[in-house]
Write a protein of this length. Structure first.
Length: 310
């Protein structure tokens, strides 16, 4: 066992093949896979979040997948604490772990640490939730633009979770959310190796469209119908669910809902690619030969016991 601990972080846009690469590396290194996909945390959401299949889950040890209910309060801070606790125990007897997911904020929370924010009273959080339900996201984004123009320009303003979080901090502290970003973070007790799976944009969009078609075939509509009574929960205000809620309630046609899911998934992938391009530590691996490219890098980055002994 080495004194240096390693975390292999697999990033890339949705539908690019992150799970396949994670399983292959898990088998090679006998390492657990930690999911940092915030949409896959919830056990009630399976088809619409592209949770790994039963066969994939059986092929390698997976953690932080469907371990929460949509009715649970679960923040990025909660995830960071739980994931770091898991890794601390794992590294007592092992050197390598794997993290995979398309949620950049959750990945960075573990790999880099979180910015330190003030405590937010429940009343502020509840008021913002009610404002979102009663007045819509645009009301909140306009408020954020007034309170913190810098944050308004930086965060994904079409993501209600991100917008509400920024407003929570602004209202709780009286200071701009952006003023808390990029402060000193605690050093991680492991070395992170980022693998960014890449492909031509046309290929990514084609894979997304095919995945959405498969979700429809596998019963996404039925899954969403079962969750209709909970549609106002934060976890369900996401691609694949919010569009189907509109269809079920008669606002749009089925065809329009499917096209909206594809369009919003492509937009999500574009944001993921933008986020990942900012990571200067990431090594690009081609989606067509992801394992080969990854091993070319990892064989040099992570010494084997034989290398250490020599």
């Amino acid at each position: 066992m080495s004194n240096t601990k390693h975390l292999i972080s697999i990033i890339g846009p949705t539908a690019i093949g992150k799970t396949n690469l994670a399983i292959a590396l898990s088998k090679k290194y006998s390492a657990p896979i930690l999911s940092s996909d915030s949409r896959q945390f919830y056990r009630e959401m399976c088809i619409g979040t592209a949770v790994p299949s039963k066969e994939e889950l059986a092929a390698a040890p997976h953690f932080f997948i469907q371990h929460k209910s949509i009715q649970d309060s679960y923040s990025v801070g909660d995830f960071e604490r739980e994931a770091m606790g898991f890794l601390k125990n794992h590294y007592l007897s092992n050197d390598i772990a794997i993290m995979v997911g398309g949620s950049g904020l959750y990945t960075d929370a573990v790999c880099k640490g979180l910015d330190k924010f003030p405590e937010v009273p429940d009343q502020i959080r509840n008021d913002l939730n009610e404002a979102l339900i009663n007045h819509g996201l645009e009301t909140l984004t306009n408020k954020l633009k007034d309170l913190d123009p810098k944050a308004f320009e930086q965060i994904a303003i079409d993501n209600p979770v991100r917008v509400k979080r920024a407003l929570e901090v602004c209202l709780a502290s009286g200071k701009p959310y952006s003023s808390y970003l990029n402060q000193h973070k605690d050093k991680r007790p492991f070395k992170v190796h980022y693998l960014n799976i890449t492909a031509p944009r046309e290929t990514i969009y084609e894979r997304i469209n095919l995945r959405v078609d498969l979700m429809i075939k596998n019963g996404l509509e039925e899954e969403v119908r079962d969750l209709l009574d909970h549609k106002n929960l934060n976890a369900l205000n996401t691609v694949g669910y919010k569009e189907f809620f509109r269809y079920i309630e008669g606002e749009i046609t089925l065809l329009a809902a499917i096209e909206e899911i594809k369009k919003n998934s492509r937009r999500f992938a574009k944001r993921q690619m933008t986020w990942n391009r900012k990571n200067t530590e990431a090594v690009a691996v081609n989606y067509n030969k992801a394992l080969e490219d990854s091993m070319t890098f990892l064989d040099k980055a992570i010494p084997t016991s034989k290398d250490v002994d020599s």
